[in-house]
Design a protein around this ligand. Structure first.
Ligand SMILES: Nc1nc2c(ncn2[C@@H]2O[C@H](COP(=O)(O)OP(=O)(O)O)[C@@H](O)[C@H]2O)c(=O)[nH]1
Ligand SMILES: [Mg+2]
Length: 364
């Protein structure tokens, strides 16, 4: 990249970008692969295509393994498609059936979905991704957004910090739980309560769905009525994170003083029962997602949330760049005999000297 951050694309990448802009799904797939592999020039490519980012509605679906996230993602995609909208799906789930074309329930054949124009499905490796899970996933979602999909659905297993971070890149987050094995308690432990804009009690064809629904509602009430209610509510994003400023959600940008903060009507995450494998409860889910998105738009939270997410993403891209450059500096130093002859001084002294070189190398 040059100083403006706009690196010239190699002829190969330029062709790829042209294909992408002309709407070739194969070019989209190749772009995502480049990003996933951190292949040479991938950030220049993302930069070149960045103009188109920001139109798609992003919905995250998260929850424990086996809860029915993939099934739910598929039936939601089907429903959105049936009303004429296009859908990109990013599945971050090692057990995702999205790539195998497996049969899911009796309502949705994944291979039908996968070959349908207007639907694009991509699985991402959840472990060992070079650039960090949340970063790479966001970039894949950005690419689908820029490609022109109306919706991007992000499926992630809600079991760890990095998975939760994926949720911060969605406009709306659906937490999927199932009646068995004390899911409600698990959800609280895993921090899923905090990221939920909507709860789905899936597998409502099994006993215990009403009890779990009650459990979640009780926990919500406790949170709302206790000091915990002051905890970051939406996606765990702390609006005060913008140091020294207050965020004016109504205008979606940083305001000078807290006085200008309007009061925002609260969003209380509804708890819906679904049988994803039979397509039951999906219309209501899609309706509620529409309602949540309207709420985001009307309150200005959409702009505020997206701005914070973009800020966080920028931080991660910076860290990734520094890490990459550090790796290059290290390799050079080792190559120059650092490991054999020239190793003198303490690790701290050497590291400090090498740190001074970071940023002076392209690090690509
Ligand atoms: N009984 C029942 N099974 C379901 C339901 N939804 C999904 N399943 C099944 O649960 C299993 C796990 O679903 P999957 O979507 O892969 O879960 P994920 O790991 O959360 O993505 C599959 O065998 C699904 O067919 C449901 O509502 N009821
Ligand atoms: Mg899955």
């Amino acid at each position: 990249m040059n100083e403006s951050g706009a690196g010239a694309l190699s002829p190969q990448l330029q062709r790829l970008a042209d294909g992408f802009r002309s709407g070739d799904p194969l070019a989209l797939a190749r772009c995502i692969t480049r990003v996933e592999n951190q292949a040479a020039g991938f950030e220049d490519l993302l930069h070149a295509l960045h103009d188109g980012v920001g139109r798609a509605r992003r919905t995250g679906l998260t929850g424990p393994p086996g809860a029915g996230k993939s099934t739910l993602t598929a039936v939601v995609a089907r429903q959105l498609r049936d009303r004429g909208e296009t859908v990109g799906i990013v599945a971050v789930d090692p057990s995702s059936p999205f790539t195998g074309g497996a049969l899911l329930g009796d309502r949705v054949r994944m291979d039908d979905l996968a070959t349908e124009p207007g639907i694009f499905i991509r699985s991402m490796a959840s472990r060992g991704s070079h650039g960090g899970l949340a970063t790479t996933t966001r970039e894949a979602a950005d690419l689908m957004d820029a490609f022109g999909f109306d919706h991007v659905l992000l499926e992630t297993v809600g079991v760890g910090q990095s998975e939760l971070e994926v949720a911060t890149n969605a406009d709306s987050t659906v937490v999927v739980l199932v009646p068995e094995s004390g899911d409600g308690i698990q959800a609280m432990k895993a921090g899923l309560m905090e990221v939920a804009d909507l709860f789905v009690v899936n597998k409502a064809d099994r006993p215990g769905a009403d009890r779990l629904k009650k459990e979640i509602e009780v926990v919500q009430a406790i949170r709302a009525g206790s000091p915990m209610a002051a905890a970051p509510a939406h996606h765990g994003v702390d609006l005060s994170a913008l140091s020294g400023h207050d965020l004016d959600p109504a205008r979606g940008h940083v305001a000078d003083s807290a006085d200008s903060l309007p009061s925002i009507p609260d969003w209380e995450a509804p708890v819906l029962k679904c049988v994803a494998s039979a397509g039951e409860g999906i219309s209501e889910l899609v309706d509620r997602l529409d309602a949540h998105f309207s709420w985001l738009e009307e309150t200005g939270m959409l702009g505020a949330q997206r701005q914070l997410a973009a800020l966080e993403h920028t931080r991660r891209v910076l860290e990734r760049a520094v890490q990459r450059q550090a790796a290059t500096v290290w390799k050079d130093w080792i190559g120059d005999g650092g490991r054999t002859g020239a190793f003198e001084g303490s690790p701290y002294e050497i590291a400090r000297r090498l740190a001074g070189l970071v940023g002076r190398r392209p690090g690509k």
